[in-house]
Ligand binder design. Structure first.
Ligand code: NDP
Length: 323
């Protein structure tokens, strides 16, 4: 079968994204063919495009999408033809009209959740889940610091942490994002160009926060350590400003025996059992009020514009690409 997909033949800026017709083979045993209806955009897609996370070229892009199962390979029992499904994972081929994917990694979309919302929430919502429930288990009353609070992961994590009873201090770069972040559960806002540790100390009676969720990386790592209380946890989970520079563990001792973790979603959902149980917690949080905000949509063919916008910090909430 022929299908259309965005692929890259070299690393670079958004201009390297090419819309191409490709051959899609029949699914092998254990795989299903999915016709995509909605594709999730994630900042990680720009790391794949730029070569920060290298892959063999040429290659597709995208690690999250929703759609309909069209064909199943031999031995597939987890899903059937016609099921509405969503998935996240490698290989990076979600920027396409159709693709084959391991059936054991497909999640049936519950009734009441649209394909667009499913594609907007799976990767980012599961990230919010492991950040708040696994990397550092947020307790009621904890003050926490969360960067990019109006972004994809940030808007879900701020609502969820607020639901748990944490006091969320959100970092954002514009007044519009500040307003959004407040409406999504941030009790306090710090602007990205403020003195972040000083503002955190003011807001926490000089103590610092229990945990920092830092997706900015290079530019904010040390400010994040300086914002923690003794024994606090630094969760460094992204590179929006570039990868974190090497640092001495003595920096952790100096600040009162800090913990640092550099997690990645796929380590928390590596089996089907773990994936489905994490999804149950995510869907439960959505039932209890965590809303998925799709801030913008783009035609899949226009993915380069979406990359330009997310890298220029122009997007809010989740972004969905439509095939
Ligand atoms: P977002 O929608 O949050 O977009 C990125 C945001 O980062 C921007 O809107 C901007 O918010 C902020 N930002 C701060 N500094 C910069 C900069 N120098 N350049 C660009 N943006 C900057 O993206 P996602 O929700 O897709 O991802 C959020 C973060 O989480 C990313 O860093 C991503 O890599 C990470 N992530 C990590 C995972 C993991 O398992 N480790 C899984 C999923 C995501 P503002 O303007 O308000 O500062």
């Amino acid at each position: 079968m022929k299908t259309n997909a965005i692929r890259i033949h070299e690393y670079g800026g958004p201009e390297v994204l090419k819309w191409e017709e490709i051959d899609l083979p029949d699914p092998v045993a254990g795989e299903a063919t999915i016709r995509h209806t909605a594709i999730g955009l994630n900042l990680i897609d720009t790391y794949h495009r730029s070569g920060l996370y290298p892959m063999d070229l040429p290659v597709g892009l995208g690690t999250e999408a929703a759609g309909i199962v069209e064909v199943v390979g031999q031995g597939v029992t987890d899903v059937a033809v016609g099921d509405r499904v969503v998935y996240t994972g490698m290989p990076t081929e979600s920027y396409s009209e159709r693709r084959n994917f391991s059936a054991a990694r497909l999640v049936k979309i519950p009734d009441g959740i649209t394909d667009n919302v499913a594609a907007a929430v799976l990767l980012k919502g599961l990230t919010a889940w492991y950040l708040l429930r696994r990397s550092y288990r947020v307790q009621e009353g904890d003050p926490i610091l969360l960067y990019a609070a109006a972004g994809g992961v940030g808007s879900l994590a701020s609502q969820w942490a607020n639901q748990i009873g944490a006091t969320v201090i959100g970092v954002v770069s514009t007044d519009e994002k500040a307003e959004l972040a407040r409406s999504q559960g941030c009790a306090h806002i710090i602007m990205a160009d403020d003195d972040i540790p000083a503002r955190v100390k003011e807001l926490t009676d000089g103590r610092g926060v229990a945990a920092v969720y830092d997706s900015v990386g290079k530019d904010t790592f040390m400010a994040s350590l300086d914002s923690l209380r003794p024994h606090g946890t630094m969760v460094s989970f992204g590179n929006a400003s570039g990868p974190v520079d090497p640092f001495s563990p003595l920096e952790l001792a100096k600040r009162g025996s800090l913990y640092v973790t550099r997690p990645v979603l796929f380590a928390f959902i590596e089996t089907r059992e773990k994936l489905l149980s994490a999804c149950d917690e995510l869907f439960e949080a959505m039932n209890s009020g965590v809303e998925v905000r799709i801030g913008q949509t783009y035609a899949l063919k226009n993915a380069a514009q979406a990359h330009l916008d997310i890298e220029a910090r122009l997007t809010t909430g989740s972004t969905v690409l439509l095939p």
